[in-house]
Design a protein around this ligand. Structure first.
Ligand code: PLP
Length: 394
């Protein structure tokens, strides 16, 4: 009889967002006259920029004509988009060959898929709190996970610690959920650690476009990173592609383990299990990388960053401790009065009709913390922060 992968049975239910939805729905049903403001969402709200839409429309028209129709494309992405991504990195002084860039349907799939290349008996080092995908994809394979505590003492930016070691190491900067961003010096410590231990760093740069203070946007800004790190990036938050689906994964040619180049393995994996991102979507992504597309995408990011400033300004005035919000759409605050994450969630919903995300849902170290996202509309964010200020100025 067929044997299933029993590791799936060990996964915890993805309780966080369903529990939030349940509590919000219950409150809404009991108070139909009250306006609930959602500050917990991780999805964008602004539409695709014009440059992406016009490229997508042109590509759709091409697909409808025999002379310009496209069937299967290259599994690793069209050259036009690989080149555009390479130029995007080159602007920051990072030189990549096109064959080091793999176009994906978003960061989430590749963050899971890359694990195909690694033996299941590797140990995994994952910061806590964390984007839950890193944990669940490894649990599905039955790998042992070592958690790296991120807390107020280390500003939610844990550094290598003796005794906490792993072969596969996840770093996400700017971070989801904490919004914290590593400095160059801190990332150098991780790169040195990985090279010393023969570990691979899986660097999630999904929020790189929110960095505006010169902090690193790519692990490849760090010396030696091409010998130890794979980078995952996405147009989801950069350009509103959460529903359109396009990203890219960088696997440097210099990345070798036991004499085996990871780039060759990943190419083999992709050409076997993946048939590429649609032509129309890759053209839309190309639109984002044009000069005009970059201007438009940056304008949208500025809207979210202004929302984040409203939140951090409110917390500053109230003297509430937080991290994030400066180079990130996420603000990670300490729950006032020593409240627990879920206790604060209920308090905020009942007293100000604001919904955020309890930090506890992202790991043990999230207990007592709460995440706001800056992806709501400016009007809703302003209203939520006015309510919040009134509630805590009483
Ligand atoms: N990585 C992080 C840290 C995220 O927060 C998200 C989405 O919320 C993703 C990856 C997934 O991005 P994508 O939409 O490209 O799959």
């Amino acid at each position: 009889m067929l044997k299933i992968n029993e590791n799936y049975l060990k996964l915890k239910e993805s309780y966080l967002f369903s529990e939030i939805a349940k509590r919000v729905q219950k409150y809404g049903a009991e108070h139909p006259d009250q306006k609930i403001i959602r500050m917990g969402i991780g999805d964008v709200t602004l539409p695709l920029c014009g440059a992406a839409v016009s490229e997508m429309e042109k590509a759709a028209a091409e697909m409808g004509k025999a002379e310009t129709f496209h069937g299967y494309g290259p599994e690793q992405g069209y050259e036009f988009l690989q080149k555009a991504v390479a130029s995007y990195y080159a602007e920051r002084g990072i030189s990549l060959e096109e064959r080091e860039i793999f176009i994906s349907d978003g960061a989430k799939s590749d963050l899971g898929n890359i694990l195909d290349l690694f033996s299941k008996d590797n140990r995994v080092l994952i910061p806590d709190p964390v984007y839950p995908v890193y944990v669940d994809t490894n649990l599905m394979d039955g790998r042992e996970i070592v958690y790296l505590p991120a807390n107020r003492e280390n500003h939610f930016l844990p550094l290598p610690q003796p005794g906490l070691e792993g072969d596969i190491l996840y770093l996400c900067s700017p971070n989801n959920p904490t919004g914290a961003v590593y400095s160059k010096e801190q990332l150098q410590k991780w790169v040195d650690f990985a090279r010393e231990h023969g570990s691979v760093i899986l660097f999630d740069a999904a929020y790189e476009a929110f960095v505006s203070d010169g902090s690193p946007r790519s692990i490849y800004e760090i010396e030696g990173a091409k010998e130890c790190a794979v980078e995952f990036c996405s147009l989801s938050k950069t350009a509103g592609f959460t529903g359109t689906r396009c990203g890219y994964t960088v696997v440097p040619l210099a990345l070798n383990f036991g004499g085996v180049p990871l780039n060759r393995l990943w190419l083999r994996r992709q050409t076997t299990k993946f048939n590429g991102v649609s032509y129309v979507v890759q053209r839309a992504a190309m639109g984002v990388f044009t000069e005009e597309g970059q201007r438009q995408a940056r304008r949208n990011i500025e809207v979210y960053k202004e929302n984040a400033r409203l939140v951090t300004g409110t917390l500053d005035r109230l003297g509430i401790w937080y991290t994030g919000g400066k180079n990130s759409p996420y603000i990670w605050m300490e729950c006032p009065g020593g409240m627990g994450s879920w206790e604060f969630f209920d308090y905020l919903l009942e007293n100000a009709q604001i919904v955020g995300t309890p930090g506890q849902g992202f790991g043990e170290n999230g207990k007592g913390y709460f995440r706001f996202s800056a992806f709501s509309s400016p009007a809703d964010t302003a209203e939520a922060m006015e309510r919040f200020r009134r509630l805590f100025s009483r």
